[in-house]
Design a protein around this ligand. Structure first.
Ligand SMILES: [Zn+2]
Length: 121
């Protein structure tokens, strides 16, 4: 079996235009400006922003923008390594690495039970 075939069995597709919050809630990973991938412990909604707390106890606000640095970094997988303090499990990194983003195909996650969708109403 070729590598490509093996990978296609576990690929997940999300829309490129997916909201950042939905993506964060699903993936539970945060790419820092330094190129380090952190595990997200909690996401709390405050109006148009969310407060994200990582497992290494960093806390910060983020805007729900599809074009923000974080959204692009997540879609394009711009990270050098996983945070050693967050201890992101291997299966989670693997799952993320096989996730693909497509303009025309994939889940928008909008129909799923999301605290963020509920809070937005
Ligand atoms: Zn961390």
């Amino acid at each position: 079996m070729s590598d490509e075939k093996a990978e296609s069995q576990v690929k997940r597709y999300y829309r490129k235009r997916i909201g950042l919050f939905q993506l964060l809630e699903k993936i539970k990973l945060w790419p820092s400006r330094q190129g380090i991938l952190h595990g997200i412990k909690t996401i709390e909604k405050f109006g148009d922003q969310v407060r994200i707390t990582t497992h290494c106890n960093e806390s910060f606000m983020a805007n729900n923008s599809r074009t923000s640095r974080a959204a692009r970094a997540l879609r394009n997988k711009w990270f050098a390594k996983a945070c050693p303090v967050c201890v992101v499990p291997e299966w989670k990194l693997k799952k993320y690495s096989t996730t693909r983003f497509s303009r025309h195909y994939g889940s928008t996650l909008s129909n799923e039970n999301s605290i963020l969708n509920v809070a937005a109403k």
